[in-house]
Ligand binder design. Structure first.
Ligand code: MEV
Length: 433
């Protein structure tokens, strides 16, 4: 992989951008070809879900400037919202000046749950399961020979007592399973279903639900970054104010404190993180509902919903940020393997393991969070949205080709982004051509 800094990328044509990305990533244009068509054929889609009648597309953009653990990486993002890709790229550039993102992750451990009902003595049944733990783990370990071959398998078993619920007490058995490079839902669900008769025989109870938990708090990915103070300085122009690095830094920290203290703000703050996270999760064909569920449950793990990230300052006065969250993504199996665009995404990032992918995703989430907080703590987010919004309005007013930029630029300069004004400008500029 070459550099993830590609100057002037924004101004290139789609074909030129694809060529530059292929060039930087030392890939061929055909490796990235799925993105020119959307990748998925209706025939393969028909094998993926039920009642298929067609396909649904999203824009695919490349986040630039990312350095993760010293390695440059070009990050594919599938997202419909303007400013997300630009925000991540810009913040990755600031982070790059501080050495990029440092990341780490836990082992890829997923949790499978078994709900055991109809027990006379919950505590005795709990201990009986522990007495047979080795046996149960050995049996669970044999269930997925492929995972086992790659070093995965059953790792631990825990039994929780739910004393009181609307239906009375029951036990919850957690099977901890190392799923290596898979997302793991299939492996864990299968293991729980297969193990259930043994748990019933041991306890005399009835195993009711057997299903993975999306609160994947044993499968955590972490990212942190240092933003040098001078990178935070914002120089204004005739339309915008200037902000010193200290003002921006302290504004970001105050914005984070708001999210840390208030669930109403934390939900929006975390949504900003998920703008980045989901875009990469979707681009790689992973299950973004699982990631969303895990993220928000994890954010509420203390009993009060709070920020997933933290922001503060180091002794030198630089801004430091960190993000830690569950990240159950895979690079084998499911859509990650079937969807040609997802395969291109994995190839572009050059990731060899699911953990590596998880770490890149969390770095993008942290960058995205920074983009939102920096904008909110200074000029607000609307100005950044303006030019893209203006272009969309120009297109809706009938502008094509070079006229789109001209109409949009004029509306931004006039601070009047309205369809009627766009229509006037289209007429006026067309007659001048
Ligand atoms: C918009 O999609 C995301 C933000 O609302 C995130 C935030 O407020 O931190 C800008």
């Amino acid at each position: 992989m070459g550099t993830s800094r590609i100057a002037g990328f924004y101004n290139l044509s789609l074909e030129e951008r694809l060529a530059r990305v292929a060039d930087s990533a030392v890939l061929t244009a055909s490796d990235l070809a799925p993105w020119s068509t959307g990748g998925l054929s209706p025939e393969s889609a028909d094998h993926m879900i039920e009642n298929v009648i067609g396909l649904h597309s999203l824009p695919l953009g490349i986040a630039l400037n990312f350095v993760v653990n010293g390695r440059d990486v070009l990050v594919p993002m599938a997202v419909e919202e303007p400013s997300v890709v630009a925000g991540a790229s810009f913040m990755a550039k600031l982070a790059r000046a501080g050495g990029g993102f440092q990341t780490s992750s836990s082992e890829p451990l997923m949790i499978g749950q078994m709900q055991v009902l109809h027990l006379d003595n919950l505590h005795a049944a709990r201990l009986k399961i522990y007495e047979k733990k080795a046996e149960l783990l050995a049996a669970a370990d044999e269930i997925d020979p492929i995972l086992k071959k790659f070093g995965g398998g059953a790792r631990d078993l825990e039994v929780r007592v739910i004393e009181d619920s609307p239906i009375g007490g029951f036990l919850v058995v957690h099977l901890i399973y190392d799923v290596r490079d898979a997302m793991g839902a299939n492996a864990v669900n299968t293991a729980c279903e297969r193990l259930a008769p043994q748990v019933e025989a041991i306890t005399g109870g009835k195993v009711h639900l057997r299903i993975l938990s999306n609160l994947a708090d044993r499968r955590i990915a972490r990212a942190r970054c240092v933003i040098p103070l001078k990178e935070l300085e914002m120089l204004g122009d005739e339309n915008t104010l200037s902000y010193s690095g200290e003002t921006v830094r302290d504004g970001i920290i105050a914005a984070w404190a708001f999210a840390a203290a208030d669930p109403y703000r934390a939900a929006t703050h975390n949504k900003g993180i998920m703008n980045g996270v989901d875009a990469v999760v979707i681009a790689t064909g992973n299950d973004w509902r699982a990631i969303e569920a895990g993220a928000h449950a994890y954010a509420a793990r203390s009993g009060r919903y709070t920020s997933l990230s933290t922001w503060g300052r180091d002794v030198a006065g630089n801004l430091v940020g960190s993000l830690e969250m569950p990240m159950a993504v895979g690079i084998v199996g499911g859509a990650t393997k079937v969807h040609p665009a997802a395969r291109a995404a994995i190839k572009l990032m050059g990731v060899q393991t699911a953990s590596e992918l998880a770490e890149i995703i969390v770095a993008v989430g942290l960058a995205q969070n920074l983009a939102a907080l920096r904008a909110l703590a200074t000029e607000g987010i609307q100005r950044g949205h303006m030019s893209l919004h203006a272009r969309q309005v120009a297109i809706a007013a009938g502008a094509t080709g070079e006229l789109i930029e001209k109409v949009a630029a004029q509306m931004v300069a006039e601070k009047m982004i309205r369809i009627d004004r766009a229509e006037e400008l289209v007429k006026q500029l067309t007659s001048e051509q």
